[in-house]
Design a protein around this ligand. Structure first.
Ligand code: B3K
Ligand code: ZN
Length: 880
């Protein structure tokens, strides 16, 4: 049986709601299986809507218990109620009050949308359309209302009761019961509603905003875990201060609460004044969290906090505008992290993520514009394209306008749209107004899927001392697409260093704007043959095609002033070697020698100056990166072999240096733990060295890793050692894994790392190992973190085993998708996106992947979430 054709929602069909909601008074009486929700809505016809239209409130799996209009129970013939809609065919023409009573079962809610229980804690998730699982509502972001929420619960079960906004009255409510009232004065869409009830510990501190408002900040966690919440609490305060300085945005309520829950479909949620987090992005201690965890906590705390202005105060008119809040807020959190850490290192990390997640998406069947034009299931559009490419568009806007003009445009955007549900057009209009520029052509970035290519050629004229660069831009599959506005940050580098005198009047502040299909740029006063350093800082999300020799690239690694392009130069040389090695099935030592020599010189000069940067230079492109670069007829085993060969050669060629570095970077025994960028950078380089040494000499590497396991004082070091041990079959590995599991048996978040390492082992036995782990007590199909750690890490992080020749890797993931679809379709659909690049595979694997996909399609009763991803994956993009 086939899934029925889904209903497409289209941007062009947008029209304002026929009714608006002014206030919402909610009374939620919590009970594990029978929670009562009484919603009193004040409604009025929307002057911008259709007069006399029926009132249709959204529902999802709802049971209506009572309904009254202006306080009078409604006669049965005056309305119809189904689980998915409450309709009043003839609502009053003047403002009216609707009182709706529903009953819901939070314990049975395995979708983790709406009101559910996680480890006994009541919590909510309403974005994108979960509020309609709590009560009937106009569940669309352009309907904004002022909410008052009264929460009632058993005091023993839920001593802590939290809502949006500011706390009001609280007290006893009958035998064993109590209540708390919360009022949020800022009008908001339903997707920002939240409540929490449970036994929770907390940490708190005060904060005074730049406007003089005293705010109480708190982080709530499971009992006994408060000691792990301090870093998150501190990150909130730092985010608040940063947004005041960087964007002039201050917080606007008396309290700001963050709650960590253990069952959560994504990372976190920016509900007004009450952010709810996946506990992995809150809880941190030196014993349990890696440096990457600390950095992610800081970034996500900041991201959700920054939504208070970009998302909450100014929300989206409709879900097509999702990038308006997500892309912009990712840009803001990237800037925050760059200011807190090393800007260059952070930028490299951003681009690695973009290339690893967004470029493949943009090249595959799930490609869509940053502002999609249609969707069947909006929850499937919280993608790398909307988030990461969306952030790149904002970054390009700043590069094009310059920082002061960008800030002026942002100020204008906030001033003009505060309290509104806005569009991408509103956003761009603010910048056009303040800068006087026409941004119509720039706006094409929001409309065009696919990663643009920019081909560049350079010609040096020694006589004229000039250098000509010709650019040609194109969009794959769209030869007639009008050109994009592409900011190219660039400069020229000579054999001995930057060519400072070279200049071109078309380069302003280091930026050339490519806005035609072809263009040519001439530099004068070029004293020596130059190497162009193009797209410095990765100034546009494009693929660059330019024939540079390895010697040219290694000159950039040595001399460029732009750290990003120095890193890029090393990556490009490595990539060429890896592609060549993959294609030829061999990587002769002589081919890699110049690269090894250059890296050696680089390490000698700079490894200890900026260890974090050096660690990134040593990290080769991933197997997935190489696959994306090759683009078709992919053989993951060949890529793995080539990459392993290059790691081995680097490891043996640089062995002495790597050993010395490991010693120089080791902390003295009494060094206190610090999670900052500097300390993390030292650990990163030390562990990158370990990885290469182990590739060259597995026995010696395992011994080093074994010692590091035994003596490590941080989770970063322990895990890096375990990852190395996991690469070598044998009793040492099994023993290390067993000991780790025993040490952390009460720490699910640490065991997730243990699951992920095992899922990533590039050996045929991994499949059986995963089947065993599925039966391990820590694993649970109902907890998204566990599923992502084991199955997600396998499908996204283990190319050779997911793409096994016999198709068993695909079968395992398909089976998990189907099992999960019955309880949590959103997470199931996300897991299914692992098949997104199946058409790039060589024919044998392609057929196997396709037959797994076809098998899923044959199953009756698929969710809309899975059905949508499946249909697009099999058919090609429906978002041309
Ligand atoms: N806005 C939420 C994501 C909601 C996802 C809904 N399927 C988290 C964030 O981006 O901040
Ligand atoms: Zn967000």
């Amino acid at each position: 049986m086939r899934t029925e054709t889904p209903i497409m929602i289209r941007l062009e069909d947008y029209r304002p709601s026929d009714y608006l909601i002014g206030t919402v008074a909610l009374d939620v009486s919590l009970h594990p299986t029978a929670t009562r929700v009484r919603a009193e809505l004040t409604l009025a016809p929307n002057p911008a809507g259709r007069a006399g239209a029926p009132l249709v409130l959204d529902g999802d799996d709802l049971a209506l218990v009572g309904l009254a209009l202006d306080g009078v129970p409604l006669a049965a013939e005056a309305y119809t109620a189904t689980p998915s809609a409450l309709t009043l065919p003839n609502p009053p023409a003047a403002p009216f009050r609707l009182t709706i009573e529903t009953e819901i079962d939070p314990t049975a809610n395995t979708k983790l949308m709406g009101l559910y229980r996680s480890n006994g804690v009541y919590c909510t998730q309403c974005e994108a359309d979960g509020f309609r699982r709590i009560t009937y509502f106009l569940d669309r972001p352009d309907v904004m209302a002022v909410y008052t929420t009264r929460i009632e619960a058993d005091r023993a079960e839920a001593p802590v009761l939290l809502g949006n906004g500011n706390p009001g009255q609280a007290g006893a409510a009958g035998p064993g019961r109590h209540y708390a009232v919360w009022h949020d004065p800022h009008p908001k869409p339903a997707y920002l509603f939240a409540l929490v009830g449970g036994r929770l510990d907390h940490v708190r501190r005060g904060f005074t905003t730049s406007e003089g408002r005293a705010v109480e900040l708190a982080v709530y966690v499971e009992p006994g875990k408060a000691g792990r919440a301090d870093y998150a609490l501190d990150a909130i305060a730092r985010s608040m201060t940063w947004d005041e300085t960087a964007f002039g945005r201050a917080y606007d309520l008396d309290v700001f609460n963050v709650v960590a829950v253990s069952d959560f479909n994504m990372g976190a949620m920016e509900n007004k004044g009450l952010n709810i987090f996946n506990d992995r992005y809150v809880l941190a201690s030196p014993e349990t969290a890696t440096d990457a965890d600390y950095a992610a906590i800081e970034a996500i705390i900041a991201h959700e906090y920054f939504h208070n202005w970009t998302g909450n105060r100014i929300t989206c008119r409709d879900w097509f505008q999702l990038c308006l809040k997500e892309g912009l807020t990712v840009f803001r959190d990237q800037e925050f992290s760059s200011d807190m850490r090393s800007r260059a290192v952070h930028r490299i990390g951003e681009v690695r993520t973009l290339r690893a997640r967004q470029f493949p998406e943009d090249a595959g069947p799930l490609a869509h514009p940053v502002r999609p034009r249609q969707y069947a299931e909006i929850n499937n559009f919280y993608t790398a394209t909307v988030y990461e490419k969306g952030a790149e568009i904002v970054r390009m806007l700043r590069t094009l306008l310059g920082a002061p003009a960008f800030r002026a445009g942002m100020d204008r955007y906030f001033a003009d749209n505060d309290g509104r549900a806005a569009t991408v057009e509103d956003f761009l209009a603010a910048f056009a107004a303040t800068s006087g520029r026409n941004l119509d052509a720039f706006a094409r970035w929001y409309e065009r899927p696919g990663t643009p290519r920019v081909a560049v050629q350079g010609v040096y004229d020694a006589q004229a001392r000039s250098y000509r660069l010709s650019f040609r831009q194109s969009l794959p599959g769209a030869p007639d697409a009008p050109p994009l506005v592409i900011p190219v940050s660039l400069g020229l580098v000579g054999a001995g260093g930057p060519l400072a005198d070279a200049h071109s009047d078309r380069v302003r502040d280091g930026v050339f704007v490519l806005d035609a299909p072809d263009d040519t740029l001439t530099f004068t006063d070029v004293s020596a043959p130059p190497v162009p350093s193009l797209f410095r800082g990765f100034s546009a999300p494009v693929r660059i095609e330019m024939e540079l020799t390895d010697a040219d690239r290694l000159a950039l690694l040595r001399h460029d002033t732009d750290a990003f392009n120095r890193w890029q130069a090393a990556q490009s040389v490595a990539m060429r070697l890896l592609v060549q090695g993959t294609r030829s099935g061999a990587l002769p030592e002589a081919a890699a020698r110049p690269f090894t020599t250059a890296l050696g010189a680089f390490l000698d000069g700079e490894a200890l100056v900026d260890p974090a940067f050096a660690a990134l230079v040593l990290a080769l492109p991933s197997e997935a990166d190489v696959a994306n670069e090759i683009g078709s007829e992919i053989d993951p085993d060949a890529i793995h072999a080539a990459r392993h060969a290059l790691r081995r050669q680097l490891g043996s060629g640089l062995a002495d240096r790597l050993h010395r570095l490991r010693e120089a970077l080791a902390d003295a025994p009494d060094t206190p733990f610090r999670p900052d960028a500097e300390a993390a950078g030292r650990r990163a380089l030390r562990n990158a060295a370990l990885d290469l040494l182990a590739a060259a000499d597995p026995a010696a590497g395992s011994a080093l890793a074994g010692t590091q396991m035994a003596t490590a004082t941080t989770m970063t070091d322990r895990l890096a050692a375990l990852a190395v041990l996991a690469q070598t079959p044998g009793p040492a590995r099994e023993e290390a894994l067993a000991r780790f599991a025993e040490t952390y048996r009460a720490e699910p978040l640490v065991l997730d790392k243990w699951l992920a390492i095992q899922a990533g082992i590039s050996e045929a036995g991994t499949l059986d190992r995963i089947r065993d782990l599925q039966a391990h007590p820590t694993f649970s199909m109902t907890n998204p973190n566990r599923v992502r750690a084991l199955i997600g890490s396998f499908s996204m992080g283990n190319p050779t085993q997911f793409n096994r020749l016999d198709g068993a890797g695909y079968a395992l993931v398909a089976e998990t998708v189907l099992a999960l679809d019955r309880t949590n379709p959103q997470v199931a659909a996300r897991l299914l996106t692992a098949f997104g690049s199946w058409r790039m595979l060589e024919p044998g694997r392609r057929e196997r992947a396709k037959s797994s996909l076809t098998e899923i399609r044959g199953v009756a009763g698929l969710s809309r979430d899975v059905g949508d991803i499946l249909a697009r994956t099999l058919a090609g993009s429906t978002n041309p």
